[in-house]
Design a protein around this ligand. Sequence first.
Ligand SMILES: Cc1cc2nc3c(=O)[nH]c(=O)nc-3n(C[C@H](O)[C@H](O)[C@H](O)COP(=O)(O)O)c2cc1C
Length: 195
Amino acid sequence: MTADPRPRRKRVVGLGGTFRQASSSERLVRAVLAACEALGAETAMFDGPALARLPHFNPEHAERTVEERELVDAVRACDALVIGSPGYHGGYSGLVKNAVDLLEDLRADTRVYFDGMPVGLVVTAAGWQACGTTLSALRDVVHAMRGWPTPVGIAVNSVEQRPFGADGVVADEGIASAVQAQARQIMGFAFGSSA
Ligand SMILES: Cc1cc2nc3c(=O)[nH]c(=O)nc-3n(C[C@H](O)[C@H](O)[C@H](O)COP(=O)(O)O)c2cc1C
């Protein structure tokens, strides 16, 4: 049997949003995933309601639910991540942090945590201050987990900006261009472990 000569498609996993289906942070993560797909990626999304089904992460507890295993396995097998969160009290939400904490399960992998992976970050908040602090906090988390936050981060002020058209697609030109730029950086990253 000869090996398939076609390069494997990059796998990009998105996670984020709020308890509300189609929250703005979720839709922006989906927009980045769609832009990655247009550049050849295959993608999977863990949205807010999916993250809400994860139990509270407990490092003392080794048993995993089906939902926990699905997320860990997807991130273990992916080439890039997109994480999106609303700004809550100047930081990212507990829902998103709970999902990230579960990825502690990647600590003993050959590729530890997000080692060598590009990670696109998306934040929505009701003010510029939380846009900045939340994006910065997420970058710190990605660094702690050995990932590479893309230089283009997306921060949307949900009070001053109208990111989406009536069809729910990103309509604001500046935000759409940031989405495309982040996707290009994710897909153009020299994939590989730094170990
Ligand atoms: C519990 C809570 C705390 C919040 N804290 C802040 C904050 O500190 N600063 C801010 O600008 N917006 C804050 N917001 C507003 C959200 O960041 C904003 O509505 C955001 O657009 C929600 O995004 P979503 O559509 O993804 O839910 C808060 C909202 C909630 C529910």
